[in-house]
Write a protein that binds this ligand. Structure first.
Ligand SMILES: Cc1cc2nc3c(=O)[nH]c(=O)nc-3n(C[C@H](O)[C@H](O)[C@H](O)COP(=O)(O)OP(=O)(O)OC[C@H]3O[C@@H](n4cnc5c(N)ncnc54)[C@H](O)[C@@H]3O)c2cc1C
Length: 264
């Protein structure tokens, strides 16, 4: 029963999210306890979390929770993970987390045991499936796999979805079980480093863009997201047709609020 951040440290934090107001007005604090943790694929750990505050909790597929993984002196260190599933009756929320190497989020995930506690805030996030889109294109790396699965599963049966996913290896692939007509292309990194834009940018240049007004969801490493966005813009997709979202930045830890750090 270990706290990710001891209560006495939490109480002394200089926390910009102490009050859930402004953009966080629709979120709630979630006092999570780990129910289970298991390796899902070689580079993905699945954690199931419960909290009394999940009673009546709702979210849109693609949204995430922000968890307080550590404290840096008096500064909170939070990380964001997509809500992969929610079982409202059991009050269990599932997150799938990439094992990429090291970082405060990853250290907490690797050490977490049933009964451990961590504070969360959610739901967060503004990228959802566009109900008006004629087709949906999801592109990104394995950090976006939970979001792409959650969003694809939420599409109606007559929707068309194409997923292009870069993962380290074939063993990191997962099933995508959705009612929608779904095509999935897996790109294997096979030793190339994560955050290398070449394969996803090349795929953005080649992937079929069906007729009609479709929507592209571009998620993952910041510069890879930018590269895909530029390629698709050159192919005629408008800003309104694209939802780019940087999840992490190569070679730089995310900022304390869980987003990729920006240059000052
Ligand atoms: C809205 C949102 C939703 C997200 N959903 C998920 C999710 O469902 N599952 C998930 O695993 N991640 C998700 N992420 C990404 C995750 O929050 C980041 O990867 C985060 O940086 C991990 O924190 P960390 O403390 O482990 O590493 P950090 O301290 O942030 O980084 C340490 C080092 O690791 C590198 N690094 C960080 N992430 C990765 C990665 N994925 N692959 C390779 N190298 C990396 C950094 O470049 C840095 O050098 C999401 C991010 C956002 C903004």
């Amino acid at each position: 029963m270990t706290d990710a951040v001891p209560q006495a440290v939490v109480a002394a934090l200089d926390d910009p999210f102490a009050q859930l107001t402004g953009p966080l007005a629709d979120t709630r604090k979630l006092h999570f306890e780990v129910v289970s943790t298991a390796l899902l694929t070689p580079h993905m750990q699945r954690l199931q979390l419960t909290a009394a505050e999940l009673e009546g909790f709702s979210y849109r597929p693609g949204q995430d929770v922000m968890v307080l993984v550590a404290a840096d002196d008096r500064k909170p260190v939070r990380r964001r993970y997509t809500i992969r599933q929610l079982d409202p009756a059991a009050r269990v929320l599932t997150i799938d987390v990439v094992l990429h190497g090291d970082g405060p989020g990853e250290r907490w995930v690797r050490s977490a045991q049933p009964g451990d506690r961590i504070e969360g805030i959610g739901p967060r996030g503004k990228v959802f499936p566009d109900p008006a889109a004629d087709w949906h294109l999801f592109m990104g790396d394995e950090s976006a796999l939970p979001a792409m699965q959650a969003m694809t599963e939420a599409l109606p049966g007559d929707a068309d979805a194409t997923l292009v996913l870069e993962v380290p290896d074939e063993a990191d692939e997962q099933d995508v079980l959705a009612a929608a007509r779904t095509r999935v292309s897996w790109l294997h990194r096979l030793g190339r480093s994560a955050g290398d834009a070449s394969a996803l940018a090349a795929e953005a240049a080649e992937v079929e863009l069906p007729p009609g007004d479709g929507h592209a969801y571009l998620l993952g490493e910041a510069r890879v997201v930018l590269a895909m966005r530029e390629v698709l813009a050159r192919r005629g997709l408008t800003e309104e047709q694209m939802s780019p979202k940087a999840y992490w930045g190569l070679g730089r830890a995310n900022a304390g609020h869980g987003e990729p750090a920006r240059d000052n």
